[in-house]
Every structure is written in structure tokens, then in C-alpha cells.
Design a protein around this ligand. Structure first.
Ligand SMILES: [Zn+2]
Length: 504
């Protein structure tokens, strides 16, 4: 073999090596977002939308203040036809005895991530979450939404675009490949991208932290002209006044508001610094109430997740035991050790929130103060915004570690209640407030509204954790009784378990 042939041989070997590497890397990327997990067949759950009545039931008033006893709710064609005190007038349609039970609107999780895990759609339904807002949309999600026409059992979906950020070319390529970002560096690129989202069928443009000001403003302008919502983070390149003068109609985390205050305040030093920061947060959050109300900007909560940070750092095993880990897509929870930083893994070896090893006692104490303060600041902001009349929408960031789709909304509601919202306000934050934001006739039990409801065994106004006492879910007029709900849950658990390697 002469030297030319040797070079040729190695070049061919190199090309094959690169192709194999890209193939394996892409396969891994698909797997860690849940794309290799066996999908539950949705065909057996193609349920009819029925005409029926729920009799003798306690019905939540549209303002969420109390239950009215002994109502009969008549449902037909996926809509609520009437709510009255007379029963037995519907002839031979199916009736469901609601005696002693509590009927509330179906819940809305205003911040979820499906990634590549369609089994999650059934987890939402089984948990009474009849509407979701997907905040890192992908074309898969648009396809799943269309499949509702073919009888796919799923919550109603609002789908935001992929996240937008401004990066250099190489970094932009990597962020797009690894985390699905779209890279926008100037107003021309922004305009073009927003138009393409509109064509594809996304409902909103999702803003992310790394976006520059020029792109942010161009996105707002184009989205307004196309009738699209602008939602998401508060970019680091902006002041709050830039948000007030924009078309952004939602901030996707309480944490985003808190991080603006943190940037204003500077470094938090020790317990004394933490206390001063919390005073600052208290004062500043009261100041911005009027801007949020005047500009009609809603704030989504994701509070339980923030509260879990300190626990994930110091007692991850306990946290993992408390959540419904057996329903989580194992691709996501098990992740891969090949992406050590910034990943979404849940389990100890891949959990992004874990502290580095070898921290001193002093450093550990500082970490504890910092993350406890971080959560407390979000609780203070929530209380002040809620009391000031800002529209609060319950959201979980589902699929971030360790928020299990569907189940986590119930945890979120408990967190909101513990942070100072009344049980009634909490229910509104997961029903009528997001429904009004979405401009849909849902979120209230009212004549003409969508028949999306949950029948509960116990009163959630007395104890918000009673939203978990689900006896029946009604989704677009389809009836899912407790047996069917348990069957759905088992089907997801079994399908996910086929790919699960680590059983906790
Ligand atoms: Zn999120």
C-alpha cells in the first residue's frame, strides 16, 4: 500500500467515525428527552363524547368562593348545557349520582414540557389536568394535538414555540441541537422566525433569558401583527420597564421576577444579607404590582420546583421518594452521564441541582442559606402579587427534576396555598384565570362552557390537597371513571417501565 492509499484509508475511517459519532449522539439526545420509551397505544382510549347528567352534586361557583349543593349538571356535545336544581328531566340519558361529591372545573397546568414523552398526555388526563400550556414547543407536539381528531385521548393543548435566544454561530448550533433553542441575533432573523412559527401553528413565541434587546423588540412587533402571544422569561439584556412597554403577556416563573430583583440587589452575603434581600424583595414586589396589573401581565408560578431546590441539594433521596417517580419517563429521569452539566436528569448521578462534592461545612451552610432564601423570596413575591390583584397562573415546569407530569400540579396547588393564597384563589389560578388568559370558554362550570370537569370525593376549599381525591374526570364530554383512570395510569407505568433501567 503506498502512502496515498494509507491517507485515503484513514480519511474514509475518519468520515465513518464522524458519521457513527453523530448517529450515536443524536440517538442519545432523542433517548434522554424520552423519545425511546415505548408509547402507550391511544386507540383503545378513543372514548365517545356523551350526553349525560351529574345529579345531586356540589358545584363550584364561577368565582370559586363556594360550592352550591344539590345541582344537576347536564352535558352534551362536549359542552355544559345547563346547571339547575331539578333532576330527572333528561329522559333516558346516562346519569351519574354526584351525591356528597364536589364538581370543579378541569385543572390547567400553565407551564409544562412534554419533550418527546407522549405518554405524559395520559398522565395529565388521569390527574384531572384538562388543559396544558406547553412552553418549549416542538413539531411533535403540533402533530399530537392534531391527533385529537383521530380520537387521541389528551388534554387540550396550547403550544408555544421553541425557546428563542441570541448566541454566536457555533454556540447557537450546539444550543439548537442539544436543547432545541432557536438562535435569533437581530430584527430580521426575529421577524422571519416568528412568521415561520405562525405558519407552523404555534400559539405563542417563547422568550428565553439569553435574548438580545433588538431581537426581543422585533419579536414583540411581529408577534403583535400576527396575533401571537409573547410569553416566557425576562431576558437578562432588559430592564423591567422594557417588559412593561412590550406585548409580553406572561412571565413564566415567579423566579424570573425574583432574579430581576437579585440582579438589582447584588450578591447575597450570609444570613444577614439574605434577610436584607428578603426585605428588598418584599418592597420591590409591592412596587411592581401596579405595572403588572396595568399592562395585564400574568405570572406563572412554578413554586414547588423552586422550593424543591434546597431539598434536592441536601436530601435528594427523600424528595425522589415523595414524588410519583414510577410514572416518569425513564429517558428523562435516568438521562445520561455524557451530558453532565445543564441536563434534566433526576436521579442522584445525573441530577443538575446536586451540590459539587468536597464543599466545606461553611460552604454548605452558605448554600443552604442561599437556596432557602431563593425559595422564600418567590413565596413573598407570590403573596404580594396575588394580594395586589396580579393574575397568577399555577404552573409546574413538569418534567424538570422532579416534577412528574399531572401529579405535580396538585403539589403546586399545595405550595401556593402554603405561601399565602386562599384555597379559593389557588383553584382560580388553575382554572378560570388561565382559561381567561387563553381566551377559551373553560375553567368555570357555566352554561355553554367546555365540559372539562373533575368530580372529587372531598371538598378542595376545605383542604386544597383534596384536588387529589379524583373520582371522575370529564374531558371534552368524555367520561373517565376511577377504574379507567387507574387503567390509564397502569398503562403508562407499564410502558415506561419497559425502558426503565433503574427502579427506585
Ligand atoms: Zn419551563
Amino acid at each position: 500500500m503506498n502512502w496515498k492509499n494509507i491517507v485515503k484509508f484513514f480519511l474514509i475511517l475518519l468520515v465513518f467515525g464522524i458519521i457513527l459519532f453523530v448517529y450515536l449522539a443524536n440517538r442519545d439526545m432523542d433517548k434522554i428527552y424520552g423519545g425511546h420509551t415505548k408509547e402507550v397505544d391511544y386507540k383503545p382510549y378513543d372514548l365517545p363524547s356523551l350526553a349525560f347528567a351529574i345529579t345531586n352534586v356540589n358545584v363550584l361557583l364561577p368565582d370559586g368562593s363556594k360550592f352550591i349543593p344539590n345541582r344537576t349538571v347536564h352535558i352534551n356535545n362536549g359542552l355544559i348545557v345547563s346547571i339547575d336544581s331539578i333532576s330527572n328531566k333528561f329522559g333516558d340519558i346516562k346519569t351519574i349520582d354526584g351525591k356528597g361529591r364536589f364538581l370543579i372545573p378541569g385543572l390547567i397546568d400553565s407551564h409544562v414540557h412534554l419533550f418527546k414523552s407522549p405518554n405524559d398526555l395520559l398522565l395529565y388526563v388521569a390527574n384531572g389536568v384538562t388543559q396544558i400550556r406547553e412552553l418549549i414547543g416542538e413539531e411533535n407536539h403540533l402533530i399530537w394535538r392534531r391527533e385529537i381528531q383521530e380520537g387521541r385521548l389528551e388534554s387540550n393543548m396550547y403550544i408555544a414555540s421553541p425557546r428563542l435566544g441570541s448566541f454566536g454561530s457555533l454556540e447557537g448550533f450546539f444550543m439548537e441541537w442539544s436543547q432545541g433553542f432557536n438562535n435569533i441575533r437581530n430584527s430580521e432573523e426575529a421577524e422571519e422566525k416568528v412568521k415561520s412559527y405562525k405558519t407552523k401553528g404555534y400559539d405563542a413565541v417563547k422568550i428565553y433569558s439569553y435574548l438580545n434587546k433588538e431581537s426581543y423588540q422585533a419579536i414583540n412587533k411581529t408577534a403583535e401583527s400576527l396575533g401571537m402571544d409573547v410569553i416566557g422569561h425576562i431576558p437578562w439584556s432588559l430592564e423591567l420597564t422594557d417588559i412593561w412597554s412590550s406585548n409580553q403577556s406572561e412571565i413564566s416563573h415567579l423566579e424570573e421576577v425574583m432574579n430581576v430583583f437579585r440582579r438589582e440587589f447584588g450578591k447575597i452575603n450570609g444570613q444577614e444579607g439574605a434577610d436584607k434581600f428578603l426585605e428588598y424583595v418584599n418592597q420591590r414586589s409591592k412596587e411592581i404590582v401596579k405595572d403588572l396589573v396595568m399592562n395585564d401581565i400574568s405570572v406563572t408560578t412554578t413554586l414547588w420546583l423552586v422550593e424543591s431546590f434546597v431539598r434536592q441539594k441536601f436530601e435528594l433521596d427523600n424528595v425522589l421518594k415523595e414524588v410519583a417517580l414510577e410514572y416518569e419517563n425513564p429517558g428523562i429521569s435516568e438521562w445520561t452521564k455524557n451530558v453532565p452539566q445543564g441536563g434534566l436528569g433526576w436521579l442522584p448521578e445525573v441530577n443538575r441541582y446536586q451540590l459539587p462534592e468536597n464543599l466545606t461545612e461553611k460552604q454548605l451552610a452558605e448554600e443552604k442559606i442561599f437556596w432557602t432564601t431563593y425559595a422564600k423570596a418567590c413565596q413573598i413575591i407570590l403573596k404580594n402579587l396575588s394580594e395586589g390583584g396580579v393574575k397568577i397562573m399555577a404552573g409546574t415546569d413538569a418534567n424538570l427534576p422532579p416534577t412528574v407530569p399531572g401529579f405535580s400540579l396538585h403539589d403546586e396547588l399545595i405550595s401556593l396555598n402554603q405561601a399565602g393564597m386562599s384555597t379559593s384563589q389557588v383553584l382560580l389560578s388553575a382554572t378560570s384565570i388561565p382559561a381567561e388568559w387563553l381566551k377559551i370558554d373553560a375553567g368555570k362550570i357555566m352554561k355553554g362552557f367546555q365540559a372539562n370537569m373533575i368530580l372529587l370525593d372531598k371538598n378542595p376549599l376545605e383542604d386544597i390537597s383534596n384536588t387529589q381525591t379524583i373520582n371522575m374526570v370529564i374531558l371534552n364530554g368524555k367520561i373517565l371513571d376511577r377504574n379507567l383512570i387507574d387503567e390509564l395510569l397502569a398503562s403508562v407505568r407499564n410502558a415506561n417501565n419497559l425502558s426503565r433501567k433503574i427502579f427506585c
